[in-house]
Design a protein around this ligand. Structure first.
Ligand code: H2B
Length: 98
């Protein structure tokens, strides 16, 4: 697998300003957010929309779901860190959860 470079910190901070409620986990090199929905059905609807986009983008979130909560971690394996694929995916998730 060809390695790519993670985004530099200044770019990450700039792109993260356009997102809402995302944190940067420096140990993991990942963006994280915990989404809360009304119930399991709403959480699953969100996950279904994200899953279709993830296949289209060939970029897949790590996530953990319990009832109405979806904890998400976004990182680019090929870069061992955050790239624009992650900030793009984060922005889409914010829209879907909107
Ligand atoms: N998802 C994420 N989050 N990071 C990747 O680097 C990645 C992926 N790479 N989904 C894709 C699949 C790669 O493994 C396949 C072979 O294209």
């Amino acid at each position: 697998m060809t390695k790519i470079s993670p985004m530099d910190e200044a770019s990450r901070l700039t792109l993260m300003k356009a997102l809402s409620g995302w944190d940067y986990d420096s140990a993991e090199g990942a963006l994280t957010k915990s989404f809360r929905f009304k119930n399991f059905s709403e959480a699953w609807a969100f996950m279904s929309r994200v899953a279709l986009l993830a296949e289209k983008m060939d970029h897949h979130p790590e996530w953990f779901n319990v009832y109405s909560r979806v904890d998400v971690k976004l990182t680019t394996h090929d870069a061992d860190g955050v790239t624009e694929r992650d900030t793009d995916m984060a922005a889409a998730m914010d829209r879907f959860a909107g």
